[in-house]
Design a protein around this ligand. Structure first.
Ligand code: NDP
Ligand code: DXP
Ligand code: MN
Length: 379
């Protein structure tokens, strides 16, 4: 029996994780669930999966949910509550599926407690990759990627020698506005931006896909997960999202991972690794998929990807600031306070104001994150 805690259980990744768990009731047991404010769904999940510990975003929400919980469920809230669910249960594996750099303290706490990490929350690695990977190494903890591209690369690297790798290539769908030019981007709406062509995901990552920030975050995530320099990490536009990513080796072989766009596959692989179990997801038919297309990435069209590479190569607090400015700008776009193109303008302005510090400690990361958000909220 594998014991699992899910941080962000009411979100897109969280609910799909519980979907996988529900197919294997005899093999998986839910120890802890943490959500934000969707208390109705959390109550349902508690009744179904009977976690020992749960957490919600605030004390008020905790009071609201208390009368509806099965007897014996321990209830927590806020930052400490998230940490309790991450580190204070008997879970073997913690799925990190909250959104944004707010996931950092709970991820560090789970690693400190020796839990295997099923990592969906990419912002954690972008904001503090050097701290997370160093702690994981010191504690002998595995970081198993859930992000589809990184799960693909993880699988393509399996059993291979790192010195034989020439490049890894992360595929990008192009997001909701793939076929629009920059002029056409001036008037796009939030509703349009939320229509991803291939994946059904949370709002923040769907906007990130449209700005290509998601691919930028994924390049930085790959740098930390696989220990490769940015020069060996490429991005290729692939509108169908069938090839989830691939690795090119020095003997000129390319190994790719393919499948329908269904997150339950990488989620399940992270939970069962190194085993592969039958999946609820239908197997891809290449005959039905027909034509697969690929295009070079246009850095003029997608300037956020260029910015992400620049920040990644700089290291230090630059990636923390890139991520925090983006989180604030996306929240403002979703509230319809700014236009789509102002997301990238805000990120660029906040970065221009920033003085980079290499190898920052946690306190400086938190401070840089806070200052970047404050500036991005004012611009
Ligand atoms: N969705 C996808 O297919 C993919 C997602 N990812 C990554 O996975 C992560 C999650 O994404 P996604 O599932 O789409 O996001 P969602 O927005 O769908 O879900 C976010 C989750 O975080 C919870 N949450 C929000 N605020 C708090 C808080 N203060 N305390 C505790 N929990 C909180 C939400 O709870 P509530 O709803 O109750 O408020 C929800 O459960 C992101 O980092 C994303 O980049 C990576 C690859 C694919
Ligand atoms: C499902 C997943 O992993 C997302 O990160 C996905 O990659 C988004 O697609 P694009 O960023 O390629 O549009
Ligand atoms: Mn991805």
């Amino acid at each position: 029996m594998k014991k699992i805690s899910v941080l962000g259980s009411t979100g897109s990744i969280g609910t799909q994780t519980l979907d996988v768990v529900s197919k294997y009731r005899d093999q998986f047991q839910i120890e802890g669930l943490a959500a934000g404010s969707n208390v109705d769904l959390l109550i349902q999940q508690c009744k179904e999966f009977k976690p020992k510990k749960i957490s919600v975003a605030t004390k008020e929400l905790a009071e609201r949910i208390r009368p509806f919980l099965p007897e014996g469920t321990q209830l927590f809230f806020g930052r400490e509550g998230l940490i309790e669910v991450a580190a204070g249960t008997d879970a073997d594996i913690v799925v990190t599926a909250v959104v944004g750099s707010m996931g950092l303290p709970s991820t560090l706490a789970a690693i400190e407690a020796g839990k295997t990490i099923g990592l969906a929350n990419k912002e954690t690695l972008v904001t503090a990759g050097h701290l997370v990977t160093a702690l994981a190494q010191a504690k002998g903890v595995d970081l198993i990627p859930i992000d589809s591209e990184h799960s693909a690369i993880f699988q393509c690297l399996n059993g291979e020698r790192r010195q034989d790798v020439e490049f890894i290539t992360i595929t990008a769908s192009g997001g909701s506005f793939r076929d629009l030019n920059r002029e056409q981007l001036k008037n796009v709406t939030v509703e349009d931006a939320l229509k991803h062509p291939n994946w059904s995901m949370g709002a923040k990552i769907t906007i990130d896909s449209a700005t290509m920030v998601n691919k930028g975050l994924e390049v930085i995530e790959a740098h930390w997960l696989f220990g490769l320099p940015y020069e060996q990490i490429q991005v290729l536009l692939h509108p169908e999202s069938i090839i989830h990513s691939f690795v090119q080796y020095r003997d000129s072989s390319i190994i790719a991972q393919l499948g329908n766009p269904d997150m339950r596959v990488p989620i399940q692989y992270a939970l069962t690794y190194p085993e592969r179990w039958p999946s609820p997801s239908p197997t891809l038919s290449l005959a039905e998929a027909g034509k697969l297309q690929f295009r070079e990435m246009d850095f003029e069209r997608f300037p956020c990807l260029r910015l992400a590479y620049e920040c990644g190569k700089m290291g230090g607090t630059a990636t923390t600031v890139f991520n925090a400015a983006n989180e604030m700008a996306v929240a403002r776009f979703l509230r319809k306070e700014i236009s789509f193109l102002q997301i990238e303008a805000i990120i660029e302005k906040v970065l221009n104001e920033h003085k980079n510090t290499p190898e920052p400690a946690l306190e400086l990361i938190e401070e840089s994150d806070k200052l970047a958000r404050e500036l991005a909220a004012r611009l």
